[in-house]
Ligand binder design. Structure first.
Ligand SMILES: [Zn+2]
Length: 73
């Protein structure tokens, strides 16, 4: 296999993977958008339920996974 063919193959695999799976930025931004709308989301780490976390004010200040304890703040 030539170097060019190998590079094209690696690029194609990388492009397919990025089309199928969300980037970390999109994953966290999507979860954050739902949390500030007072909605529970899927924990990005374990897949269980992450509930909005509240501070002194009415709007959520982040989220906390009910299973593994991961927090988004
Ligand atoms: Zn979790």
């Amino acid at each position: 296999m030539s170097a060019l063919a190998m590079a094209e193959r690696v690029h194609a695999q990388h492009t397919e993977a990025s089309d199928r799976s969300p980037s970390l930025d999109r994953l966290i931004a999507g979860a954050w958008t739902q949390l500030v709308a007072h909605r529970a989301v899927e924990c990005p780490l374990c897949g269980e339920q992450m509930a909005p976390k509240y501070g002194a004010h009415a709007l959520p200040i982040g989220g906390r996974c009910l299973s593994c304890g991961t927090e988004l703040t």
